[in-house]
Design a binder for this molecule. Structure first.
Ligand SMILES: NC(=O)c1ccc[n+]([C@@H]2O[C@H](COP(=O)([O-])OP(=O)(O)OC[C@H]3O[C@@H](n4cnc5c(N)ncnc54)[C@H](O)[C@@H]3O)[C@@H](O)[C@H]2O)c1
Length: 255
């Protein structure tokens, strides 16, 4: 799909990868860019910069997602591309409180379910639509320091695969964006907390946005701003035990 002339929604559009996507879609001459964020001020700032439409919403709440989609349909009649990008990195392991697991689950998984539930009826009726989910390389591989992130990103990837399999022959294209480190506030917070292993290979959000535009043009399922992730994924599938031994070694070098 080409972005020119399209109605696009980006969640988490106020910062980081989402903001870079909004800016890049403006360069590509989208017809409308709806910047959705929990942080109302950030959404306003980005929308003002690109003549977009800001909407404050918490995508982990279904009523908010329905409201966003309803507003946009009323205004433009159709949604061509929904970028379900907002996500959170919550540190967690087996001792983490269920309420924290739930928070991570609601943003990193249920927000994608709510988005699909809200936009698919219109897209299927038109036989045309594009869903982009920002997952993470952690969804294909793992995150050695956060079980909550690794698990919810695996679930997010599983949902994207399921959507593609189920609706791919009915005009719906699905992409899963799976970067390693990206230089955003999220990575900055992680590295301030001593989680620095992704920093050296981190890429700029603008590069991720370039890769997204290319990936969407090709209708590719996996969008990998770090191409080496495909090799890591292959090695994991080739010999799971060997891969786990390597991950234990990596884990032991980290805090
Ligand atoms: N930065 C990285 O290294 C990296 C790597 C892989 C994947 N990702 C994924 O990319 C996505 C974007 O991450 P980022 O690095 O740009 O993060 P970020 O923290 O810099 O920006 C995320 C934006 O999402 C918004 N947001 C958070 N929860 C929300 C909610 N419930 N409803 C609406 N908006 C919400 C925040 O207000 C913020 O503006 C996330 O899904 C993240 O997991 C990031």
């Amino acid at each position: 799909m080409q972005i020119i002339g399209k109605v696009v929604i980006v969640t988490g559009g106020g910062n980081g990868i989402g903001r870079a996507l909004c800016r890049r879609f403006a360069v590509e001459c989208a017809k409308a860019i709806v910047v959705v964020d929990l942080d109302e001020e950030a959404a306003r700032r980005v929308a003002a910069e690109i003549a977009g439409v800001p909407i404050a919403a918490d995508v982990s709440r279904e009523a908010d997602v329905q409201r966003v989609v309803g507003d946009v349909l009323e205004r433009y009649g159709a949604i061509d591309l929904f970028c379900s990008n907002a996500g959170i990195a919550v540190d967690g392991d087996e001792t983490t409180a269920p309420v924290e697991w739930q928070r991570c689950w609601d943003v990193n998984v249920m927000a994608h379910v709510f988005a699909a539930r809200a936009v698919l009826p219109g897209m299927l009726a038109r036989g045309d639509g594009y869903l982009l989910q920002t997952v993470s390389a952690a969804g294909l591989l793992t995150h050695p320091q956060s079980a909550t992130y690794a698990v919810t990103k695996h679930a997010s990837l599983a949902f994207a695969e399921w959507l593609s399999m189920t609706y791919g022959d009915r005009g719906i294209t699905v992409s899963a964006l799976c970067p390693q480190g990206v230089r955003t506030d999220m990575l900055q917070r992680a590295s301030a907390g001593g989680r620095t292993f992704l920093v050296d290979s981190a890429v700029a959000p603008e590069q991720v946005a370039d890769d997204v535009v290319k990936g969407i043009a090709e209708g590719r399922f996996l969008i990998l701003p770090h191409p080496e992730v495909a090799d890591y994924f292959r090695r994991k599938a080739d010999d799971y035990d060997r891969w786990l031994r390597g991950m234990r070694r990596l884990r032991s070098t980290l805090k």
